[in-house]
Design a protein around this ligand. Structure first.
Ligand code: AMP
Length: 548
């Protein structure tokens, strides 16, 4: 017997309709590429998203055709999120930090028809457009009078000139909620990039889940600043969750330096911000010497790479801001776990609470996870046993776009049909269900048969006042197979010696886990999504030999 409830499909257009109707006057504030601040409301935004939909119809784009963006976080990008997906096309958010050849490769792979770009990326588009055979229309996200002349880019028009003749009335089409809504390529370091193809259903369910109190806890009383880019896994779904809750949105545009972010937080009374650790490091570095404080900011979600304890403590003790540590990946839309405490933790000391907060957190309803050994056998949730982390759920990929790389899932269950996505991460899960990531599986360091967590080694190094950044890698060793070393970037104007730093590990970690050496470097290579590129670092240290 089937239930007798209405089966309205979960569509992205429903989110902006809801925001317009119920939170029409809530603000969306953006720092523009031009440098000024633009402000309007969800109601204004919804009308312009419908103009985008009409403009795409006028270009005769078919259902499911791909529309690409090369854009910062801003109101026009937000309108494209809704106008493109809402009208049944697929939004392809390209990461502008990728190599131009890679950008051309993924634009061709996705068969993008239109490319909308911020003027900051004009040189990039000029460099790649000749290689992007499927793109027929180029839209510069600017006013008509800012359109560059003689750009050499075919069919280039300004966004404002493109949408302004279009009516703000449009009836969003209704279709199967499993229809593709957006596409995001992973920044994998080996092989061709692979794409997660999100659906209306997966994005909407993820938006609901993300807003939950023990997840990102987003409400109509929040003013949210997503520093995490809209070109990286849909800014962790915030553009959708904000519309679903009516939260005020504050977009930072291209200005991601500590000063600009701080000023925006204060001016727009931001209560809540989200980003990767490197961005927050820049913010704290700006605030500390000037003795600045927040007047409204209360929470920040930090994820994308492990959040160092020193950062969680600095936010809590110096600024009264609660850090929510999050873990996820492109293939998971991206949220998998978030770290919030349970009732029973109230009685714990601050130090004990901190130990939990450092973990990546508990699974969100909708994400099922387990850790397994090399044979695929499930490992216990004892907080000690490491294993390969597998996940499944309605916002986890089943296969990559165009089946690139073949079937990614591993199978288990009595009938061998339970498909799990291997995350490539290694971690432990404690009896309360808190996941702790110790490494990417390819970064795991195995010394004398025991695993050493490179994240633990790095976290201790960056807690040293003279260390700006640290990356731990394994180096071949004749007796122990591998031994850890730590590459360190010193803070400008501060000094620390190899011996001082090695002594800093005393009592913080087992002796055999202490790195064998410290290598001081000018910079640690960073990839397109702000993560350390350990493959590149290993190449840099190719000729390195362990001290005897
Ligand atoms: P991406 O698909 O580019 O978002 O990268 C996902 C990967 O980033 C994950 O598989 C993890 O290796 C890493 N990652 C994300 N969040 C965290 C976190 N909080 N702690 C440690 N690693 C993380």
């Amino acid at each position: 017997m089937l239930g007798l409830m209405q089966s309205q499909p979960l569509l992205i257009s429903g989110l902006i309709d809801f925001a317009e109707r119920h939170h029409g006057d809530a603000e969306i504030v953006s720092r523009r590429v031009e440098g000024d601040i633009h402000r309007y409301t969800y109601k204004d935004s919804a009308g312009r998203a419908r103009q985008v939909a009409n403009a795409l119809d006028a270009l005769k784009l078919a259902f499911s055709d791909r529309v690409a963006t090369l854009a910062w976080n801003g109101y026009r990008h937000f309108e494209l999120y809704y106008g493109v997906s809402g009208s049944g096309r697929v939004l392809h958010t390209i990461n502008p930090r990728l190599h131009p050849d890679q950008i051309a490769w993924i634009a061709n792979h996705a068969e993008d028809q239109v490319l909308c770009f911020d003027l900051s990326f004009l040189p990039l588009v000029q460099a790649v457009h000749a290689k992007c055979g499927t793109i027929k229309h180029y839209i510069a996200l600017c006013d008509a009078d800012k359109l560059p002349v003689d750009s050499g880019i075919p069919n280039l028009q300004s966004y404002e000139a493109w949408i302004s003749p279009q009516p703000a009335q449009y009836t969003w089409p209704s279709f199967d909620e499993n229809t593709a809504s957006s596409i995001c390529y992973t920044s994998g370091t080996t092989g061709n990039p692979k794409a997660a193809l999100y659906s209306h259903r997966s994005s909407t369910l993820h938006a609901y889940a993300a807003a939950l109190p023990d997840v990102m806890c987003i409400s109509a009383r929040d003013a949210i600043l997503p520093v995490v880019p809209m070109f990286h896994v849909n800014a962790w779904g915030i553009p959708y969750s904000a519309a679903l809750t009516g939260a005020k949105l504050v977009f930072p545009g291209p200005a991601l330096d500590g000063k600009s972010i701080y000023e925006l937080i204060e001016a727009e009374k931001v209560t809540y911000a989200a980003g990767v650790p490197t961005v927050w490091q820049m913010l704290l570095t700006h605030m500390k010497p000037a003795g600045l404080k927040f007047s409204t900011m209360r929470r920040t979600v930090i994820g994308g790479s492990a959040c160092p304890p020193a950062m969680i403590t600095a936010f809590r003790d110096d600024y009264g801001v609660e850090v929510l540590h999050a873990w996820g990946m492109t293939e998971m839309s991206p949220l998998g776990t978030l770290c919030t405490l349970k009732n029973k933790h109230d009685a714990l000391s601050d130090e004990e609470k901190m130990k939990i907060r450092l973990k990546q957190g508990r699974a969100i309803y909708g994400v099922d996870m387990k850790i397994v050994d090399a044979e695929g056998g499930e490992l216990p949730w004892d907080g000690k046993t490491f294993g390969d982390l597998l996940v499944r759920g309605p916002w986890v990929v089943r296969e990559y776009f165009k089946n690139e790389g073949g079937d990614p899932l591993v199978y288990s269950g009595a009938d061998g049909k339970e498909g799990w996505f291997p995350t490539g991460d290694v971690g432990t899960i404690d009896p309360d269900g808190y996941l702790q990531i110790t490494d990417r599986s390819k970064d795991v360091i195995k010394s004398g048969g025991e695993w050493i967590s490179s994240i633990d080694v790095e976290n201790i190094a960056v807690a040293h006042p003279a260390v700006a950044m640290a990356a731990c890698i394994g180096v071949a060793h004749p007796k122990w197979d591998e031994r850890p070393i730590v590459a360190v970037v010193r803070r400008p104007g501060m000094d620390v010696t190899r011996e001082e730093l090695l002594r800093f590990y005393d009592g913080k970690i087992a002796k055999w886990q202490v790195p064998d050496d410290v290598v001081f470097v000018e910079a640690i290579p960073i990839g397109a999504t702000g993560k350390m590129l350990k493959t590149r670092l290993r190449e840099m240290l190719r000729d390195y030999a362990l001290p005897t």
